[in-house]
Design a protein around this ligand. Sequence first.
Ligand SMILES: *[C@@H]1O[C@H](CO)[C@@H](O)[C@H](O)[C@H]1NC(C)=O
Length: 204
Amino acid sequence: MKVATAVRAVVCLSVWLSVCQVSGFHLPPKMNRTIQNLLQHYKIPPQERFNGKPVFSKEPLTGRLETKRVFMGGVLETYEKLFSKMLRQLPTPSPQTAGNEDHPASDVSAAQGAAGSDTEVKEGLGDLLEMIRNLRKHSYQDEEKVLQGLHSLKTIQLDNTVVQSKALWELPWLYEEASTLSHMQMQRKRRRRQARRSKSHQRA
Ligand SMILES: *[C@@H]1O[C@H](CO)[C@@H](O)[C@H](O)[C@H]1NC(C)=O
């Protein structure tokens, strides 16, 4: 009897734990420590940090899963560029690259002083960069393709006459495709509404 109860408790616990794992992801403590340490180094006054204008808008994250994933793919891409830039901005101790025109190496390290050595900062940024790269590589490849497509739309030469003529030629197919997608979306919404209505009928 007692054994059965204990077994049941263990089963419950492991089910509960696995549900926790699928329902939400928790930041690894080591990553949080790295971030907290870097924040000691990259200090800004609280009134600047909490000025109501975050760097990354949360609005695109209220949409559907596909939309959110594409946006998050772009966010990860931006973080990768950001950390690469922050790494390049660190003063390099090796003699041939020490300092640059605006900030001699000695000034920079004197200003950064107490909060973590440059080596620690470099390691921390390197760790974060690697985590971002892994996440992109392992689960955001399809979204990356969409983003590349969007980036290349931005580079189309709208005042080139060859481009203009070719685009006209391609319009019939693209317009059909875009209209089909719009039609499919409306049908999906209608179906969802009907499903909801029949469910409430059943309950009544
Ligand atoms: C990260 O660490 C800070 C400082 O120790 C703590 O206040 C915060 O709750 C932690 N955040 C997460 C998501 O673990």
